[in-house]
Design a protein around this ligand. Structure first.
Ligand code: ZN
Length: 346
């Protein structure tokens, strides 16, 4: 394993139990370390695509409830994977989607750690009552910087650059109506249309300088905002957000704002809610793994809590669906949750 730094930070920070929120390494996310031009952005600690595939296959061999499926190929021919836990097709199903944008990788790191977590005895009773689908690294070419355009002005070091766009320089999260790109086609044809999905969390990273109530956020969340979404789907989306908000907020280090997002249905949060009646939540975590803008990336000192934030999100929502508590979750916090704003930087 060459992922010593990442492994160490995860091992140091994570405590899994019935309550996954116990005693995190108390790092004040709100004023946590930023990039600032003097902290390393080293992509070598992130899983490469090949390392991710190897990791998934190792877990599949260890876990009898885990099945991998190849749902299609990227522009450059990389197999795109779906990790499935389906014990009973009649159970409610949640999909976690990571890295539509290739430079937003800590959500994938968290999803991989969560997959390992699902193989432990602690989750046994949970997966009896909920089906879990995970699509990690949808934009594998962008994540590997294997694209048909230049990344010369990107900031990160470490052997590879990561970019938002796919190899054709298209934003996959604007392709959910036309579905022209092979990655988007794979997701829709072989996941959205093939499985009976109730909930989806689309995991992203945003810039590093968003704040709520004067404090930098660890992330921001939003439900479908297109007027064409069924009100019941939106209500359940808000309940999904309530589960995430309570779980992250109660960690002590998590600080979430309301994301400011549009109503376009080319975006998965809106389009998938309308097309399939799936309740969706967008989660934008703080700071990207690489970018050409310095105010968008975040130094690797922040990796630990952002990976952990992903795991807390996946763990809490899976549990709330499994025990049915999500269905009575109060959504009134949305009425008072402030929209995030951007902190002015020099
Ligand atoms: Zn994104």
């Amino acid at each position: 394993m060459k992922k010593s730094i990442l492994t160490l930070s995860i091992a140091g920070a994570l405590v899994f139990s019935a309550s996954p929120l116990a005693s995190p390494a108390a790092q004040a996310v709100g004023n946590g370390p930023g990039y600032g031009g003097n902290e390393t952005i080293n992509t070598s600690i992130l899983h490469t695509y090949e390392e991710m595939v190897s990791y998934l296959k190792t877990q599949e061999a260890k876990q009898k409830d885990l099945e991998l499926e190849v749902i299609g190929q990227s522009v450059k021919g990389r197999d795109l994977y779906l990790a499935k836990y389906i014990k009973n097709p009649d159970n409610p199903t949640i999909l976690f989607l990571t890295q539509q944008h290739g430079n937003e990788q800590l959500t994938t790191e968290g999803a991989l750690e969560f997959i390992k977590h699902l193989g432990t005895g602690k989750m046994k009773g949970v997966t009896d009552n909920v089906n879990i689908l995970i699509v990690p690294m949808l934009n594998a070419d962008g994540a590997m910087g294997d694209v048909n355009f230049s990344l010369d002005d990107y900031i990160a070091s470490g052997g590879r650059n990561l970019t938002r766009y796919n190899a054709n320089e298209i934003d996959l999260n604007r392709d959910h109506i036309d579905k022209i790109q092979p990655e988007t086609q794979a997701l829709h044809s072989n996941v959205m249309q093939k499985y009976d999905i109730d909930y989806m969390i689309d995991l992203h990273h945003q810039g590093a300088n968003s704040e709520r109530d004067g404090e930098l956020v660890s992330g921001s969340i939003l439900y479908p905002t297109t007027p064409n979404a069924d009100p019941e789907v939106v209500q359940k989306s808000k309940q999904l957000g309530a589960v995430v908000f309570d779980a992250v907020d109660s960690t002590g280090w998590g600080h979430l704002g309301k994301y400011v997002g549009g109503s376009a249905e080319t975006i998965s949060r809106n389009g998938i809610a309308v097309e399939y009646g799936i309740s969706t939540l967008l989660f934008e975590m703080r700071g990207m793994s690489d970018h050409y803008r310095e105010d968008y990336v975040l130094g690797q000192k922040s990796n630990g809590y952002l990976i952990k934030q992903t795991i807390v999100t996946l763990d809490s929502t899976v549990r709330a669906i499994a025990d049915g508590s999500i269905e009575t979750k109060d959504v009134s916090f949305w009425d008072t949750l402030s929209e995030q704003t951007t902190r002015m930087t020099e």
